[in-house]
Design a protein around this ligand. Structure first.
Ligand SMILES: [Zn+2]
Length: 464
């Protein structure tokens, strides 16, 4: 068991600058060989999978997901969330600590590890909270969280407003060599905003939250990274100004990084006004990658659809372009979903009252391929790096590569496979995606964790 020969795939391992058609041999859950050596060393009884025409890469890592355990299991569980991850091509996740109770102490970290070992289909790493109960007032025991095995700290969903407290958090995190991931949101600027502040918030009569509400904290984080030397990672960047700040800070060699989510580089605030307005305006640019056959019906949704409410919000077309440019030039080195499941009854309320967040594990690979690879902004190895070696490096995980001896976490995907994401198809417990009915391009066909096939798209793969 845990041994497998993948034959004839295009093996792309950005960590080793490898991109060629080759066989990949997995023995006892580890990468044993790539290329001619793999074929030679595979004994006849080893299971073979013909993956010709498909991409074989290190298992994808999503460092920003909400699995809702403990305490919010009607929305998602470790079992359902990791199943959705496997279907999406992900072999490793980092779960956010804004659960109930928050993951702000070693005992809760141990609980997650134990549940993940029992019910998790993929590797699960834990982010601990920066402050006790994510209240932004008193630091959590960062050393004890680190000893319990967290890979980062964050108050995601919230943002530490007190700059002095954030400075101390960074100093502790640096002592323990943990990156601090920050949900960048200045409360005094954002107040009760529910969508991007701009033309559409005015037209729709919804309270806006300005891009500066994010940029202010990105700037703060850059200054504090410089002051403390700690590694700061800005989560789910949505605003053009944030990208500009990050680009300049990285030029100065500061230990700062950023991530982006597909919804922010695919959709815009016009989507909150409904599909008709979106396709007539900002959606136009997507049509070439989204709608190759004129017969494909464009997805429709009404105005004020709460599946388009997330934090940070969908922003303007200019912001979307800036995020794409930041991904293309390497300013933003990590892709993730911010998978944030909510129950239907929670989302089926007026826009103002609905919780922020959408699911994303099953659509993020396709949307990233469409907006970055198919739209010719990034080559496949550069895109794959943002899902593999880049997050692994930030979190110091021994993952994200197909080096001989590494854990055999492998994703096999078809970058050109066209499919429709339908509401009923998801493995998540929740259905709050804005991408229902979207024609997508690119799909995971096999997800392998430590040599075990945890997801196989049967129609695409024939065992030989
Ligand atoms: Zn967040």
């Amino acid at each position: 068991m845990n041994s497998l020969l993948l034959t004839g795939g295009r093996v792309i391992d950005p960590a080793n600058h490898l991109d060629s058609v080759a066989d990949l041999l997995i023995l006892n859950g580890k990468i044993a060989a790539v290329g001619a050596d793999a074929t030679k060393r595979a004994s006849p009884e080893i299971e073979r999978l013909d993956v010709s025409g498909l991409v074989v890469c290190p298992g994808l890592i999503d460092l920003h997901v909400h699995l809702r355990e403990p305490g919010q299991t009607p929305k998602e569980t470790i079992a359902t969330g990791t199943t959705a991850a496997a279907r999406g091509g992900f072999t490793s996740l980092v779960c956010m600590p804004n659960t109930s109770p928050a993951i702000d102490n070693a005992g809760t970290v141990a609980l997650i590890h134990e549940r993940a070992a029992r019910a998790g289909l993929v590797n699960l790493f834990v982010a601990g909270a920066i402050t006790k109960n994510i209240a932004g007032e008193e630091l959590a025991s960062i050393g004890s969280l680190q000893r319990a095995g967290v890979v980062a700290i964050t108050d995601d969903g919230h943002c530490v407003q007190n700059n002095e407290l954030m400075r101390r958090a960074l100093e502790y995190a640096k002592m323990f060599d943990l990156p601090v991931m920050d949900h960048c949101q200045d409360y005094s600027l954002v107040t009760q905003g529910v969508m991007h502040e701009g033309y559409w918030s005015t037209a729709l009569g919804l309270q806006g939250w300005p891009a500066a509400g994010e940029e202010m904290i990105v700037a703060r984080n850059i200054l504090l990274a410089e002051l403390t030397g700690a590694r700061v990672h800005c989560q789910h960047l949505s605003a053009a100004g944030s990208v500009e700040l990050l680009r300049a800070a990285k030029k100065r060699g500061l230990p700062i990084s950023g991530e982006a989510c597909p919804h922010h580089f695919t959709l815009t605030d016009a989507a909150v006004a409904g599909s008709e307005k979106f396709w007539a305006a900002d959606g136009n640019l997507l049509l070439s990658t989204l709608n190759p056959q004129p017969s494909t019906k464009l997805p429709e949704w009404p105005a004020y659809d709460t599946n388009f409410k997330m934090n940070p919000p969908l922003r303007s077309a200019r912001d979307r372009s800036a995020i794409l440019a930041g991904l293309a030039d390497g300013t933003i080195e990590i892709l993730c979903s911010d998978h944030a499941p909510h129950c239907d009854f929670e989302k089926e309320v007026e826009f103002d009252y609905a919780p922020f967040g959408i699911t994303g594990l099953e659509t993020e690979l396709a949307l990233s391929l469409m907006q970055l690879y198919h739209a010719k902004r990034l080559e496949l190895p550069d895109l794959i790096a943002k899902f593999t070696i880049a997050p692994a490096k930030l979190l110091r995980l021994a993952k994200g590569t197909l080096s001989v001896g590494a854990d055999a976490d492998v994703t096999v995907f078809d970058p050109d496979r066209e499919w429709l994401f339908e509401r009923g198809q998801t493995a998540s417990k929740s259905f709050n995606s804005p991408f229902h009915g979207w024609p997508l391009k690119g799909r995971a066909v096999a997800t392998i964790v430590s040599g075990n096939k945890v997801w196989i798209e049967q129609s695409e793969l024939a065992a030989v």
